[in-house]
Write a protein that binds this ligand. Sequence first.
Ligand SMILES: Nc1ncnc2c1ncn2[C@@H]1O[C@H](COP(=O)(O)OP(=O)(O)OP(=O)(O)O)[C@@H](O)[C@H]1O
Ligand SMILES: [Mg+2]
Length: 255
Amino acid sequence: MSASIATPPLRRPRLIAIASGKGGVGKTWLSVTLSRALVQAGRRVMLFDGDLGLANIDIQLGIMPEHDLTAVIAGRRSIADTAVAYPAGGFTVLAGRSGSGALSTMDPQILDRVLAALAAETSVSDIVLDLGAGLDRSVRRMAAVSDTLLVVATEEPTSLTDAYAVLKLANADRPGGDVRLVVNQASSKAAAERTYATLAQASAKFLGRKPPLAGIIRKDDHVRDAIRRQILLQVRHPNTPAAQDVERLAALLTS
Ligand SMILES: Nc1ncnc2c1ncn2[C@@H]1O[C@H](COP(=O)(O)OP(=O)(O)OP(=O)(O)O)[C@@H](O)[C@H]1O
Ligand SMILES: [Mg+2]
């Protein structure tokens, strides 16, 4: 029997990146909430703060990790040694450092080294990457290397144009890649479906591809309360509308 049959190769993780172009649509909140939902669906998850200039996952979770991405970039620590456990969520967190000019202007080669190390991380099954607003080089690169790119839009017109800009870049950088839309802060199912239809039609017409809908997440006041208290929505307010919607999204992603 050959060694490759006796010892199957370790599986690389699935990189799930969350982008929007527009700021403040709920990327970071969705990243932490989805990480928890994926754990509940049986996955081993690492949450990576890919908002290199304005990292704030640690703030949303109320944690103060001793080490962060700067140690990985400096080559002092490995990704697995830097990520800290977040017991309330059952996942690990690789934090960034907010306001760190060094991170936001990171050399592309160093970013690629970090992304290659992430892709080779075998301690988890899924890595959720929370991306920053805008479409700078590092956001674009992280979106391009992801296995699944979730593009988040809200019903606001500016969010639609920015989400379309993300779709356009993703289409150029990784034609045929797994790119799906999420409508967040939905005021109603019908309004969210209109938002999806507008984006999907524009994409079909001008980019030749209609991205599938990954999920609709309802606007839910419990979200703001959970963020203010720095607690996961599923812990603070389980089974509320937004928590249920993210669970459905996680189920679809793992099916
Ligand atoms: N489903 C929802 N229902 C109600 N409010 C929501 C929902 N999703 C997000 N929000 C609100 O949106 C705010 C912004 O969320 P978040 O910080 O996650 O956005 P972001 O896209 O990561 O922003 P940035 O681009 O600045 O990183 C939250 O503080 C929360 O109040
Ligand atoms: Mg954010």
